[in-house]
Design a protein around this ligand. Structure first.
Ligand code: ZN
Length: 190
């Protein structure tokens, strides 16, 4: 049966073919200069061996980040996470996305319309299927994160379709505190 989800993926595929066919339509295929700046703000990262990664990561996290796997839709940690905070790389801690640019895509995967910083993610063409997709990976440790499609909301028009397993969410405690403070007057009125 053709569900709404299937239709969306089919449409995404068609859109992506159009992107791949238009030369120069995807200007961000390489890292840009901001990656150097963001790397300088982070502690140095020493690449890990396969054995170290297997120890650090769960089997799903390893499969997604190292073998370009995809976790199940709707059965993953962050697809419906509405808390304020930053999503970091599960392997190297580089900040990848924030809750400010997360939106409800209806796909069952955490979706964002733009990365934390453009240089914190990098791109490559993925030709695994019969059409070309744009794969998104961490620009520091090269962990596979997901794919980016051209059917996102304004202002970017992009949909970064990510795997929860490739990221760790760090809640913004200040935002949480402010939200709970705002509730206090309401409680007093009761
Ligand atoms: Zn990383």
């Amino acid at each position: 049966m053709m569900t709404k989800q299937n239709l969306k993926w089919l449409l995404c595929g068609i859109t992506t073919v159009a992107i791949a066919a238009a030369p120069g339509a995807w200007p961000m295929l390489a890292q840009d200069e901001t990656s150097t700046k963001s790397a300088a703000e982070e502690p140095p990262y020493k690449p890990k061996t396969k054995r170290e990664l297997q120890r650090q990561l769960t089997p799903l996290q390893f499969e997604v980040t190292q073998n370009e796997g995809t976790e199940p839709a709707f059965k993953n940690r962050y697809w419906n996470n509405k808390k304020k905070g930053v999503y970091k790389c599960i392997v190297c801690d580089r900040p990848l996305f924030t809750s400010n640019t997360k939106y409800k895509s209806g796909t069952g995967w955490p979706s964002f319309y733009t990365p934390y910083k453009s240089g914190n993610v990098a791109y490559r063409k993925d030709n695994k299927f019969f059409y070309t997709r744009i794969e998104v990976h961490c620009s520091r440790c090269e962990a596979h994160l997901g794919h980016v499609f051209d059917d996102g909301p304004k202002p970017s028009g992009k949909r970064y379709c990510m795997n929860s397993a490739a990221m760790k969410f760090i809640e913004d405690r200040a935002a949480k505190k402010t939200a709970s403070d705002e509730k206090k007057p309401e409680q007093i009125q009761k």
